[in-house]
Write a protein that binds this ligand. Structure first.
Ligand code: GLN
Length: 390
């Protein structure tokens, strides 16, 4: 038999998605893979029902349906503080997963280096491998997940082609401050580097923190490839609708990469999602309020149980410290948690470049009743998972 590609030898399956399968196997409350168990806005579902009877069953324009791009340009122009051209500066993709992959393939050559902050969302590792690029990891230090400007500059000195910026950040919940972003921007300019952003949690930010779009920083529009998606904002992770926003010269190439990768995002779903893109400001305020309540409810529950955890500034993930259980493998701990306690989590090691085995990630994008059920199960965690002598 011939051998399979070398490029795929480097990665395992996604640990996040594996944990969903393990959770299902044990009937656990699945707080591993980050997706909601509540319904998307009714308006989107009503429009989706209508759309099935209309003429949206064939390909849309490869870089996105015209009305989708126009509605998106209108929404993002207000947020990003510049007029975005729906025809020349947007590509609609199959989720931000494809947006990030297409962005990487648009700017990197095999062998190019790319800066990735650690902890990081696991797809970035696979994205670099698939595009033949080599990651340079720069640590974010808990509890604030700050970076050292000297370590960052040392990474830039290695002449990377791009830096990947997940803001608000999965899994650590960091919302980068303006000053931190400005420091990154200055280095990107000094070392002439692209910045690829993943801003899928742009609307899930807790007071008093504020989201700053990297592309809106002085001089950064030209070198920023902004990736995001509708998944988290409208609770439609299964619709796989994402996008890239960038200057026309970059978008021209990204359009081709996207076209050959997927041809396009699903036409009926784009049409139905336009309804969401046209929502007024109240929708986003309500979303923020809803997630703030969930965060507070869940953090209070964890505090009552006495588990040490991070407090997210944005996104919907919490890292829990499991040192007290003495496990050497966080993966084994997560299996025990799903099996014996009935709660699904993701081992922290799948997000860290460093040797970290004492953290697990839970998310709280769930109905309050689901969160209460999870907390109820976690109450007896110390009885159900016994201390393991390392
Ligand atoms: N971004 C979500 C997470 O980190 C979902 C990941 C996925 O499976 N696409 O859990």
């Amino acid at each position: 038999m011939p051998t399979l590609s070398k490029r795929t030898e480097g990665f395992t399956d996604s640990v996040i998605r594996r944990m969903t399968r393990i959770s299902n196997q044990y009937g656990a409350v699945n707080l591993s893979q980050g997706f909601p168990d509540f319904e998307p806005p009714r308006e989107l579902l009503d429009r989706l029902a209508e759309v099935t009877k209309e003429d949206f069953h064939q390909y849309s324009i490869t870089w996105g349906a015209q009305n989708f791009r126009e509605a998106l340009a209108q929404k993002q122009s207000k947020l990003m503080g510049r007029t975005i051209d729906p025809n020349g500066e947007i590509v609609v993709t199959c989720g931000s997963t494809e947006a990030m992959m297409a962005a990487m393939m648009t700017v990197t050559n095999p062998g190019d280096k790319v800066i990735v902050f650690s902890p990081f969302y696991e797809n970035y590792g696979a994205d670099t491998i698939l595009s033949g690029a080599e990651p340079i990891y720069v640590p974010l230090y808990p509890p604030e997940f700050n970076f050292s400007i000297d370590e960052l500059e040392a990474a830039f000195k290695q002449k990377p082609k791009a830096l990947i910026l997940c803001n608000p950040s999965n899994p650590c919940g960091k919302v980068f401050t303006y000053d931190e972003l400005k420091a990154i921007a200055d280095l990107a300019e000094k070392y002439d580097t692209f910045v690829i952003t993943d801003e899928v949690y742009e609307h899930i930010v807790y007071e008093p923190y504020k989201h700053t779009y990297f592309a809106s920083l002085p001089g950064m529009w030209e070198r920023t490839i902004s990736c995001s998606s509708l998944s988290k904002t409208y609770s439609i992770t299964g619709w796989r609708l994402g996008y890239i926003i960038a200057p026309p010269e970059i978008i021209d190439t990204a359009k081709k990469v996207h076209d050959f990768l997927t041809v396009g995002a699903a036409a009926p779903l784009q049409e139905a999602a336009v309804t969401g893109l046209l929502f007024g400001e109240d929708y986003y305020k309500d979303l923020q309020k809803k997630y703030t309540e969930k965060r507070d409810l869940f953090l209070k529950g964890l505090d009552d149980i006495g588990i040490v955890h991070t407090v997210p500034q944005g996104a919907y993930y919490i890292l829990l410290d499991i040192s007290e259980f003495g496990y050497e493998s966080d993966l084994e701990f997560c299996e025990a948690l799903a099996r014996d306690v009935g709660v699904g989590a993701v081992p922290g090691s799948s997000f860290f470049r460093e040797d970290v085995n004492h953290l697990i990630r839970l998310h709280f994008a769930k109905k309050n009743e689901t969160l209460y059920e999870a907390l109820n199960r976690l109450k007896d965690i110390r009885k159900k998972i016994s201390y393991r002598k390392p």
